[in-house]
Design a protein around this ligand. Structure first.
Ligand code: GAL
Ligand code: MG
Length: 968
């Protein structure tokens, strides 16, 4: 049995939060040479249950590696490092039956062992071991002695080991139980992992030392000064003594002093216990001349704290990077430094496809670089505190952060939040997070957690946070879901932060005169597969309706994990692919990015809706709006380009006046001379480029773009302007390997329905219902001509072959996937050129970022993990398929209104049949779809379905196109 606590089994008891754990404190740096990392190789032995861990496993000299004791990396998840215990994915449901706090019969328990050295120079100091994060709960043993026990897998635990270590060689064992009573409040939608996934180190601390520093760095926007309070807590390892002082000063990161330093006595006696507040020193500065911090301009300062002994020698020192800013909710707005901000946000989990929860600083930085390059400037740390290094990066690089407590009881949504056994855990998790992260300027809002119903435990936590940190608003989604947006959940949320609301619902809220809290969606636009429809519609409503400020997309990246299959090939795996049951399949793959940080096409749309500057045409002028809250546009340069029929004919620099933040200005339309007469289509593109290299992109990177139409808009039928050289007598029919034939089916998207989770989709009716409807009507398998009334005409002339189609969709088939045709040509036509929206894939409800121009590209590969419809380019005037070797081209000219076209190497049936993108085989032929109508993509996998204007009505659909072939 595991020593000391084996009999007590604290992991079974939700009230048992910790034993001998030191109080949480802010992340203070260690003095030089006083911290030793214990990261690296440890030996791990797995047991099936904590009761099966023999005392010998944590005692005695560190074992030698053998079959039982395997080397694993710390930080790491053993579920990705050793055989015998795999990751397990569930969303809402728990991975094992309950009820809380009952645990499964098999509860893998790992004993980590290693030895370490305590340097000579550390004698006379206290020694502390820091366990950065252990999933789910852990116990620590040093030199055979029990040291402590801790819960909350996403926050560090520290234990004083002074009395059990010796100078020189020591050994440590950390026992980690995979599941515990606390798993029921760590039921987030992610992989269940296990192990020591964050840093472990030991540290020497002075006998009398700075135990914690809590800083409030307020900014007074009217006076333009910083208002600073630094509260330093001193801890006395021995009896408190007189004569200790604390010196506090503020400086720039370059070391320049700001204001005068403070030097204060540490209260030491308990002579007046009634008024004694602790060994605390409060230094304050009412008006410092400083630059404010914001995500746009993240100016940091440093507070340096020195503790001096009675002999006036510095015995301990530490520092904190801070930023001066004020966050308020006032007049239905979230304000930073008195200015409303747009919340261009995304939800981010800690995730790496190989390392799981053990993300490195480089991983975090890579996320942030890619976010910033797509104009994302706000992050919700869904759904738990991240490594402190993440907040350091956000402080430094400039991101607004909603810091969320590690509390989610989704599987037992409505009970645990009122369960007294979990009350202490609720409070502890939130309070420890605030204590650790309060000094970070990037954290502008505290979140009480996610999807845990709404109960007394929430109000208790909110009350604690509001008293401990009155400088930040508190938010919690379920409080208003349960009690209503208008007046519900006030005790737990200062912000109405719904998830996946419809546009109509947020507008209705904001227009209600009784609404007095800002609405910022904690989750919206679920990026599962081909998704994120109506992003631009959301942002149109957000930017035109006071009271709405934006939200956090769901979610930054897929959580897939690289797994080597029996065939020896590695692929990115989703739920169930590790033999994990029950599971929620590909719900774990709902990112704007793949787990490998490959951007999905929708991320272009995100970059566009989140752009910091917009351009629209108003009469003869361009209206330019600076959407930033603090900066001018000087960091960007604007270039315009005049397009005629999609091709540039003139370009130049746009001269700009100063445009203050959150204001707009008009400038004359650039004049472009000749070339714009007749019925040519004309547009003006304005691109905003980075003037100088930024930490997130090179100079010249296009930050924002807009295209305004200048008239000459097309009317049907399209006049034939481009002369086509018909290939020497070769009728187009010879080049087609099949079709054109009527096509009403697209390989269902994750939003159309969950093809891999029919139980969810069909029985429980969760997610989009379009797929179920189509399947019931046989759209996926019947001859389309049997479903709709279809007439077509074919006409040959010297320009090619023209096809005209009339399709009558009956009432009961309204809301089809598409109405169009499909044909195939030889695979040698592997490049495409088109005049339509691009360059990236776009759909009727996700195309604002796609400019109407002439584009050229290779044929897309399926960008989605679960094969589904992809590759559409809307509003095509024409499209050419190019054989690069012979120069031969097959050309499609829309002869009616512009048509939507896609070119891929897969039939819809191929895509629908495949369960993983790596199972997809390219056809030899190229598959071309031409649609007069194509259903939007919506976000029905979790959220609103495709909006009415982007659905396909019943009735008559008419279209025509000409196919021709040419050489070179
Ligand atoms: C939300 C939840 C997220 C995730 C998402 C669906 O309900 O907060 O954690 O589950 O839905 O992907
Ligand atoms: Mg959940």
């Amino acid at each position: 049995m595991i020593p000391v606590i084996g009999e007590l089994r604290p992991w079974l008891d939700p009230t048992q939060l910790e034993m001998h754990r030191l109080p949480m404190r802010s992340s203070l740096p260690a003095g030089d040479g006083l911290r030793r990392s214990l990261d690296g190789n440890w030996l791990l032995r797995l047991f099936d249950h904590p009761d099966l861990v023999p005392a010998g496993a944590v005692r005695g000299a560190t074992p030698e590696p053998n079959r039982q004791w395997q080397a694993v990396a710390v930080p790491g998840n053993w579920t990705l490092q050793v055989d015998g215990d795999a990751p397990h994915y569930t969303n809402v449901q728990m991975p094992f039956p309950g009820p809380p706090p009952v645990l499964p019969e098999r509860n893998p328990t790992g004993v980590y062992r290693r030895s370490f050295t305590v340097p000579h120079g550390w004698s006379g100091r206290r020694v502390v071991v820091h366990v950065g994060g252990a999933e789910s709960v852990h116990a620590v043993y040093v030199n055979d002695r029990f040291v402590g026990y801790g819960t909350d897998s996403r926050l560090p635990s520290e234990y004083d080991i002074t009395d059990v270590v010796q100078t020189g060689a020591n050994h440590i064992a950390v026992v980690v139980m995979r599941y515990s009573a606390h798993s029921y409040i760590e039921d987030q939608d992610q992989w269940w992992m296990a192990g020591l996934h964050r840093h472990v180190f030991i540290e020497a601390r002075a006998e009398v030392d700075v135990a914690d520093v809590a800083i409030v760095a307020d900014y007074d926007p009217a006076a333009r000064t910083g208002v600073l309070t630094a509260l330093t807590t001193v801890s006395f390892g021995t009896a408190p003594a007189p004569g200790y002082t604390v010196r506090t000063r503020v400086e720039t990161l370059g070391g320049r002093r700001v204001g005068v330093g403070a030097h204060q006595q540490v209260p030491h006696e308990h002579a007046a216990p009634y008024v004694f507040q602790g060994h605390r020193v409060v230094a304050s500065w009412p008006a410092l001349r400083v630059e404010p911090w914001s995500a746009e301009s993240p100016t940091l300062y440093r507070v340096v704290i020195e503790l001096l002994g009675p002999d006036d020698q510095v015995i301990d020192h530490t520092d904190q990077r801070i930023g001066f800013r004020r966050v308020e909710v006032r007049d239905r707005q979230l304000l930073v430094n008195d200015q409303p901000i747009w919340v261009f946000g995304v939800n981010r989990h800690d995730h790496h496809p190989d390392r799981g929860k053990a993300v490195t600083v480089d991983d975090m930085r890579a996320d942030l670089v890619a976010m910033r390059a797509h104009n994302i400037t706000a992050i919700r740390t869904s759904h738990y505190p991240n490594d402190p290094a993440f907040l350091d990066l956000c402080d430094e690089l400039g991101f607004y952060v909603v810091a969320e407590a590690n509390i989610e009881s989704h599987g037992y949504n409505d009970s645990l939040c009122n369960d007294a056994r979990y009350r202490a855990a609720w409070l502890d998790r939130g309070a420890r997070m605030v204590t650790r992260d309060r000094n970070h300027p990037s954290v502008i809002i505290w979140s009480l957690g996610n999807e845990s119903g709404y109960g007394v435990n929430h109000d208790a936590l909110a009350g604690w946070i509001r008293k401990a940190d009155p400088t930040r608003p508190v938010q919690y989604e379920d409080a208003t879901r349960v009690e209503g947006w208008l007046d519900g959940g006030r005790a737990a949320t200062d912000i109405v932060c719904p998830m996946y609301p419809s546009i109509a619902a947020i507008a209705e809220y904001a227009l209600n005169p009784l609404a007095d809290r800002p609405l910022i969606m904690c989750e919206y636009s679920h990026a599962m597969g081909n998704s994120n429809g109506s992003l631009a519609d959301y942002w149109h409503t957000i930017t035109t309706t006071p009271g709405l400020q934006g939200g956090f997309l769901w979610e930054w990246k897929d959580h897939t994990l690289r797994r080597r299959g029996p065939d020896g090939v590695s692929r990115l795996a989703y739920g169930g692919q590790f033999g994990d049951t029950p599971h929620d399949c590909n719900f774990v793959a709902d990112g704007m990015m793949s787990a490998d940080l490959e951007p999905r096409p929708a991320l272009r749309e995100v970059a566009w809706v989140y752009r910091p500057v917009t351009v629209t045409a108003v009469g003869d002028e361009l209206q330019i709006e600076n959407r930033q809250s603090f900066l001018g546009l000087g960091w960007l340069r604007a270039r315009w380009e005049h397009l005629v029929d999609g091709s540039p004919v003139a370009s130049g620099r746009l001269d700009l006046p100063d445009i203050a933040p959150r204001t707009s200005a008009r400038v004359p339309m650039p004049s472009f001379g000749a070339g714009c007469e007749g019925d040519s289509e004309r547009s003006l593109v304005v691109r905003w480029e980075l003037q100088r290299r930024a930490w997130w992109a090179p100079a010249g990177h296009v930050v924002a773009w807009d295209e305004v139409t200048l008239g000459g808009e097309r009317s049907a039928p399209v006049p034939v302007r481009v002369p086509v050289r018909v290939s020497g007598g070769e009728p187009i029919g010879m080049l087609l390997t099949s079709g054109p034939e009527l096509n009403l089916w697209r390989a269902a998207t994750d939003n159309d329905g969950f093809k891999l989770m029919p139980d969810l989709a069909v029985r429980l009716r969760i997610g989009g219902q379009a797929l179920r409807r189509w399947q019931e009507a046989g759209v996926d398998r019947l001859d389309p001509a049997d479903l709709v009334h279809h007439r077509s005409q074919v006409h040959d002339d010297e320009h090619g072959t023209t096809y005209r189609h009339v399709v009558e969709v009956p009432e009961d088939l309204a809301d089809l996937a598409r109405v169009g045709v499909m044909f195939t040509v030889s695979g040698r036509f592997d490049r495409m050129r088109w005049f339509g929206r691009g360059p990236h894939e776009n759909y009727p409800d996700r195309r604002s970022s796609a400019m109407l121009a002439v584009w050229e590209a290779d044929i897309d590969a399926c960008p989605y993990l679960i094969p589904q419809e992809f590759g559409l380019r809307t509003d095509c005037r024409w499209l050419e398929l190019i054989d690069r070797v012979s120069g031969q081209r097959v050309r499609v000219d829309a002869q009616s209104d512009a048509l939507h076209m896609s070119v891929t190497r897969h039939l819809p049936a191929d895509l629908f049949a495949a369960a993983h993108v790596d199972d997809l085989r390219s056809r030899d032929d190229v598959v071309v779809c031409i649609d007069v109508a194509h259903r939007g993509v919506g976000t029905a996998s979790c959220g609103p379905d495709v909006l009415e204007p982007y659905r396909i009505p019943a009735g008559r659909h008419e279209f025509a196109y000409r196919l021709s072939a040419s050489r070179g």
